[in-house]
Design a protein around this ligand. Structure first.
Ligand code: PMP
Length: 470
């Protein structure tokens, strides 16, 4: 059965089920035996595909009064920075999300690679509730035990000797920038120490003025220039270009994602990372791995750099560590940490007992070898299934990734497919230039749910054609 046939077969009933959800703008409702792609012009986009200031259109979708009201209220009071899908989510359980109208979604977005233990995990909820009851926040001018225990665990399981907590991935990278600058200042005798940074095409490191300077996409940077000066971009994977760009006395550090998430699920080669390591060592520069999206079990390894056997001087983490609470970390070697003095950096909220206690639950679960091997096996199963189901479609160029960070590379924009999937109860993200479907589900997802997701994507593939002929 072709993908179009299977779509028609399945969508016969689904279109009926969905009928109540869509207003047909004067059009006749399609006969229930026809495949029906509601035209929803807004998609659930990643940071990487958000346009500057489009108005949010709900297309033909008939929103419930509750949804419509909230969406209207949001428009009036929130800064218009997010292009949101017209879905008001109210609840989650396991790998499923539920909207205000009771519609169930299989969640392959996980809050953008955040909710690794899914929603409502018993152990996590208990840890948060207990800590909230006893002590949620204290200033970093005092000590608190969960922060120290979490740091001890992170040090024990990684290359690092020292830990600095932040509240987000961007902040972790901002801390890494400062640590690299201070390291160079302290380790260089002359007044003119290395202050520049190298990062790569398709990179995403955040949106504050330092991290933004290292984020490749011009749409994000140009409106806010001047950002931090001294950032150089090299093509991701370009070994000769990287060697030339890393200059003794000039390059303070090199920022690289071992697997790029926002950029479209691109994995570094071992040769590329090894070249960066050697060039940094030769130049006295630091090598910084941004594992904000790809780290902490997502690839089936606790650290995405593990299978490469190459170790950084600094690694940044964030998204999944506290199971949905805001956290970021810059992990460093003693060599880097020794350059940092009291008062060099700080944060009011970072490393709070509440967040660190929640993170301990997550880290304990994720680092378990059986949890990690399950991620590997589920990733292999899912990639094979997707390749089998989607590979013959002319729009699908490649299914790639490692563990449960998977990209479906298309020769067209992915948004019609994303919209169609959502209408059938599947949440997926885009990446790259909007041409990649990004799948980063909770790491606890079952094979059955992965099959459900693959089936829906297969059924929705004709949306890529349907959109272009309308
Ligand atoms: N680095 C990478 C690799 C990311 O994917 C992201 C977020 N998508 C960030 C940094 C920024 O993290 P945050 O949004 O938590 O500030």
């Amino acid at each position: 059965m072709s993908s179009l046939q299977s779509f028609i077969a399945v969508s016969t009933s689904t279109a009926n089920d969905l009928r109540h959800l869509f207003r047909l703008n004067g059009q006749k409702a399609p006969p229930s035996t026809q495949p029906y792609f509601p035209r929803i012009s807004c998609c659930f986009v990643s940071e990487d595909t958000q346009k500057s200031a489009p108005s949010i259109s709900t297309g033909n979708r008939l929103l419930s009064a509750k949804s419509e009201d909230l969406i209207e209220r949001e428009k009036r009071v929130l800064m218009g920075t997010y292009v949101r899908a017209p879905v008001v989510l109210v609840r989650g359980k396991g790998c499923k999300l539920y909207d205000v109208d009771g519609m169930e979604y299989v969640d392959m977005a996980a809050g953008i690679a955040v909710n690794s233990l899914g929603y409502g995990d018993g152990e996590w909820v208990k840890a948060v509730a207990e800590q909230a009851k006893s002590l949620a926040h204290v200033s970093n001018v005092y000590y608190s035990e969960p922060q120290v225990i979490l740091a001890e665990h992170l040090v024990e399981y990684s290359f690092a000797d020292r830990v600095f907590f932040t509240n987000s991935g961007t902040e972790a990278n901002e801390a890494a920038i400062k640590f690299a600058r201070k390291f160079q200042k302290v380790s260089c005798d002359s007044d003119t120490h290395a202050t520049e940074f190298v990062s790569f095409s398709n990179s995403f490191h955040g949106r504050t003025m330092g991290a933004l300077a290292l984020t490749s996409k011009e749409n994000y940077r140009l409106p806010f220039e001047p950002v931090m000066p001294g950032a150089k971009f090299v093509k991701y994977g370009d070994i000769d270009g990287a060697k030339k760009a890393i200059v003794p006395g000039k390059t303070a550090a090199v920022f690289v994602e071992p697997i790029q998430g926002e950029g479209g699920i691109h994995s570094a080669t071992k040769e590329f990372l090894q070249t960066l390591r050697t060039a940094c060592d030769d130049a006295g520069a630091l090598l910084i791995f941004d594992e904000v999206q790809c780290g902490l079990g997502r690839t089936g390894y606790l650290w995405a750099h593990e299978p490469y056997g190459i170790v950084p001087d600094i690694m940044t983490l964030a998204k999944p560590l506290a199971g949905g609470l805001p956290i970021g970390v810059a992990l460093t070697t003693e060599k880097v940490a020794s350059a940092i003095s009291y008062g060099d950096h700080g944060s009011t909220f970072a490393g709070s007992p509440l967040v660190c206690h929640a993170a301990l639950t997550v880290l304990k679960r994720i680092k378990d070898p059986s949890f990690l091997s399950a991620v590997t096996n589920k990733g292999l199963y899912f990639k094979e299934l997707l390749t089998h189901k989607l590979g013959a479609n002319s729009h699908v160029k490649e299914v790639r990734g490692l563990g449960l960070i998977i990209g479906i590379d298309l020769d067209v924009l992915a948004s019609p497919l994303v919209d169609a999937c959502r209408a059938l109860g599947l949440l997926v993200l885009t990446a790259g230039k909007g041409n990649v479907v990004r799948l980063v589900p909770p790491l606890i997802i079952s094979e059955e749910e992965l099959k459900q997701a693959a089936d829906i994507i297969e059924r929705c593939l004709p949306a890529l054609d349907a959109d272009s002929v309308q």
